[in-house]
Design a protein around this ligand. Structure first.
Ligand code: ZN
Ligand code: ZN
Length: 447
């Protein structure tokens, strides 16, 4: 099952992406980071829906990425080899073109191609994030923009710094947790626990060659260390939000992680976001959360999981203390029938869905319904995450109407702290991944 929030599909474009597999010496291949959280199989809709907000934007993005069509873009985020002309000659060009995909007037939506020769789009000097075709547009937009200008500054720094995650220069600290998981109630305690080790990691990144190269390649001054450190921390919370939210589910729903052969988590409605650029070590933090566990098997199921991701969903016993990541391309209820019921794949001890978004449209609800009913009727402990308080209320209402037995809901202590801008509508209040959660178990009628 897979669809995601309709709203989500309007967010970041493929471009912003994070970039890059640097293939030295000449070609820099950008790796578009997925329309950030696109809807599976409906990515194209999401991509072209940018057109509604800013006419001409999808074409501009493809052009800047040196891609001929949406199909080519899709091929690349699926892990395929693009056809011709893809890639940039150098980092400067890549960053420049990425920035170019943001160049439209935030007020009148005009693109550079729509301006007369003497006029150019200039960015807001405070946030360096949104552009205007002239002082009139900037003035009329200010009442709306001033509410988000400050947070959009953070977004503008983060979208450049994300490159360090892709190149592998920013790696979350690892190693067993010195504190028990019950004590680590959220990011504050997590940061304190990782304290010195984290400082060393962040300082190393701040002084790294990669950081110097990054800021030498973009046409703007390098911000101060405190700004860069803040960004690195937000990026870490973003990278670790998924594994730690999964851990929250295991903990709160009291899942036995001492099961011989290993415990199993299914991530339902998984997409590029969960699988593209996800490396085997990315879930190590989950392992450290449960010292002494006998193996954790995480299977990403969705129609848009990246093709390059491990497809091996074997049921053979896991080594104690290890996390095995794998994926299955398909809808969850089909996967259940074909793989779980036949015993090819381990029965889930927990199911997690990141931003299912079924509250946002009847189509998505229809797509999710068989999965929700299956999870309810088989009494599978389930955790879902949601972007905003408003969406939380709408999702809860739907689940209550389906007679789900809600065991808990609220603000997620392991939400990503990295703000997500609505790309083609930049003055919309940014949201945060996994900001809220809902947990349910079976049906309220039976209890
Ligand atoms: Zn304008
Ligand atoms: Zn601004």
């Amino acid at each position: 099952m897979a669809p995601r929030s309709q709203r989500r599909r309007h967010k970041k474009p493929p471009s912003l992406v994070a970039p890059v597999v640097v293939t030295p010496p000449k070609v820099v291949t950008p790796v578009p980071l997925t329309l950030s959280k696109p809807g599976p199989s409906i990515d194209a809709l999401g991509f072209f829906s940018l057109e509604d907000n800013v006419p001409g934007l999808p074409q501009l993005i493809l052009q800047k990425l040196n891609m001929k069509s949406y199909e080519e873009y899709k091929l690349v985020i699926d892990g395929g080899t693009p056809t011709s002309g893809f890639g940039f000659r150098c980092l400067q060009e890549m960053f420049q073109k990425m920035e170019d995909t943001f160049r439209f007037c935030a007020q009148c939506r005009v693109l550079p191609s729509g301006l007369s020769d003497s006029r150019v789009l200039r960015y807001c000097k405070r946030c360096r994030n949104v552009y205007y075709c002239g002082p009139e547009c900037q003035r009329s937009d200010w009442p709306a923009h001033k509410r988000v200008c400050q947070v959009l500054r953070l977004v503008a720094v983060d979208r450049l710094m994300e490159w360090l995650l892709v190149t592998g220069d920013l790696v979350p600290p690892s190693g067993p947790w010195p504190w028990p998981a019950e004590v680590v109630q959220g990011w504050d305690t997590w940061f304190s626990m990782r304290g010195l080790q984290l400082d060393t990691t962040l300082n190393a990144v701040l002084c790294s060659h990669a950081m110097t190269t990054l800021w030498a390649s973009v046409r703007q001054p390098r911000p101060g260390s405190d700004v860069l450190q803040g960004s690195l921390k937000r990026l870490l919370t973003d990278a670790l939000s998924r594994p730690l939210t999964l851990g929250l589910g295991l903990q709160s729903l009291r899942i036995d992680v001492g099961k011989a052969g290993g415990s199993t988590v299914h991530v339902v409605g998984a997409s590029h976001v969960e699988t593209f650029l996800t490396r085997p070590g990315d879930y190590d933090e989950l392992s450290y959360m449960f010292p002494g566990h006998l193996g954790l098997r995480v299977i990403m199921v969705g129609v848009d999981v990246a093709t390059g991701f491990s497809q091996s969903t074997s049921t053979s016993p896991l080594e104690p203390g290890t996390v095995q990541l794998s994926s299955h391309k398909g809808l969850y209820h089909d996967f259940w029938e074909e793989q779980v019921e036949t015993g090819n794949v381990a029965h889930p001890d927990l199911v997690v869905g990141f931003h299912p978004g079924f509250h946002s449209s009847p189509d998505l609800m229809e797509a999710w319904l068989p999965t929700l009913l299956l999870l309810r009727d088989y009494k599978i402990p389930t955790l879902l995450t949601i972007y905003s308080h408003q969406e939380l209320a709408a999702s809860l209402q739907i689940l209550v109407d389906l007679d789900m037995h809600i065991t808990a809901y609220g603000a997620n202590p392991f939400t990503s702290l990295k703000p997500e801008q609505v790309y083609s509508n930049p003055n919309k209040q940014p949201v945060y991944c996994n900001a809220y959660y809902i947990m349910f178990l079976g049906s309220s009628c039976q209890l």
